[in-house]
Design a protein around this ligand. Structure first.
Ligand code: NAD
Ligand code: UDP
Ligand code: UDP
Length: 325
């Protein structure tokens, strides 16, 4: 197997966001040079400020809907708002970010012959009729609902990735990421883990949308990033060694109802907050669980190691510190 060369130059788009900043921590710590490109729509400089001044780190304000010309060995394309509240704020910009962003980053990868990773999503399965979701399931997505800008944008990005791969031989890695949580989630981004923890720590009502019977499978961020790195560093197909473009599901197959999540957070924070029921958002998927057989097969038996309670304890500690600052 080819040895890992620690001196790679790597572009991370959306690197100032939740997942991107954790990815950059891992890349920097193993000796890579990182260029982080972000327009700071949902991310913040604070997430990467600990690398500023490091000669192996460069931060540029850039919107991926515009072309970008630089020279790198690898590209991780993470730029895109990820929470329903943020991606529905300007739906046209969300679709443009996924589609024009993919075209620009693929054009860049093609020109400089860089390997490129796409942060796709379990949302491409929509409100799934097949459970758990395997990569060969094509999904159940509304083309004109409030979530469509995100879901269809990411679906079109996958199409572009595979067409650049087939037509222009771009070396791609497409990961379908399932709900991930951990430190540096945006406290106001409306996602369920951050909402419930912030509400519990402030003693406010915990907002259960619907009756809380809908399910999600929550992956702790460190486990996910380990999956990103293993996938990206698989040897290239062109080298005659087995490479794999994906798509690969990355997520934790342990499935919980949203009510169970709320109960866990109430127990771990010891809050006196009460559960209140709010309307279920339109097109909210009723169940979601990744089938990770493909990830196990291709990524050296990769599987999440962090139990929900362990991950919640670390995330609660992060928000506790943030809120008392
Ligand atoms: P995030 O909102 O914290 O990070 C997204 C980053 O992209 C932010 O820093 C934001 O400022 C930046 N960005 C947005 N639009 C941009 C643009 N046009 N140009 C440049 N930068 C832009 O979200 P996250 O949870 O870190 O998600 C990262 C990626 O992973 C996204 O592509 C998301 O769709 C995908 N994903 C995340 C999850 C999850 O559970 N966190 C699940 C599935 C997929
Ligand atoms: N692109 C970029 N950086 C590069 C090369 C290309 O941002 O180094 C963008 C550019 O906007 C281009 C897009 O990627 O339009 C797609 O590139 P491709 O070569 O596929 O198509 P074309 O240049 O013919 O539009
Ligand atoms: N949710 C909830 N209360 C909240 C925020 C979200 O009950 O305060 C629910 C939401 O309706 C969905 C689930 O939690 O069923 C996950 O929502 P999130 O926005 O985190 O992710 P996604 O729906 O994109 O999986």
């Amino acid at each position: 197997m080819r040895q890992y060369n620690p001196k790679k130059r790597i572009l991370v788009t959306g690197g100032a966001g939740f997942l991107g900043s954790h990815l950059i921590d891992r890349l920097i710590s193993r000796g890579d040079e990182v260029i982080c490109a972000d327009n700071f729509f949902t991310g913040s400089k604070a997430n990467v400020s600990h690398h500023i001044g490091n000669p192996n780190f460069e931060l540029i304000r850039h919107d991926v809907t515009f072309p970008l010309y630089l020279e790198v060995d690898q590209i991780y394309n993470l730029a895109c708002p990820a929470s329903p509240v943020h991606y529905q704020h300007d739906p046209v910009a969300t679709t443009k970010t996924s589609v024009h962003g993919a075209i620009n980053m693929l054009g860049l990868a093609k020109r400089i012959k860089a390997r490129i990773f796409q942060a796709s999503t379990s949302e491409i399965y929509g409100d799934p009729a097949v459970h758990p979701q395997r990569e060969d399931y094509w999904g159940n997505v509304n083309t004109i609902g409030p979530r469509s800008c995100y879901d269809e944008g990411k679906r079109c990005a996958e199409t572009l990735f595979f067409d650049y791969h087939k037509q222009h031989l771009v070396d791609i890695r497409v990961a379908r990421i399932f709900n991930t949580y951990g430190p540096r989630m945006h406290p106001n981004d409306g996602r369920v883990v951050s909402n419930f923890i912030v509400q519990a720590l402030k003693g406010e009502d915990i907002t259960l949308y619907g009756d809380g019977s809908q399910t999600r499978s929550f992956c702790y961020v460190d486990d996910l990033i380990e999956g990103f790195l293993r996938f990206m560093d698989l040897p290239c197909a062109d080298s005659g060694q087995p490479g794999y473009p994906g798509p690969i599901n990355l997520g934790n197959p342990m499935e919980f109802t949203i009510l169970q999540l709320a109960e866990n957070i109430i127990e771990l924070t010891g809050t006196k907050s009460k559960l209140v029921i709010k309307a279920l958002p339109i097109d909210d998927p009723m169940q979601r669980q990744p089938d990770i057989s493909r990830a196990r097969q291709y990524l050296g038996n990769w599987q999440p190691e962090t139990q929900l309670k362990q991950g919640l304890i670390k995330t609660i500690a992060y928000f506790d510190c943030l809120l008392t600052k």
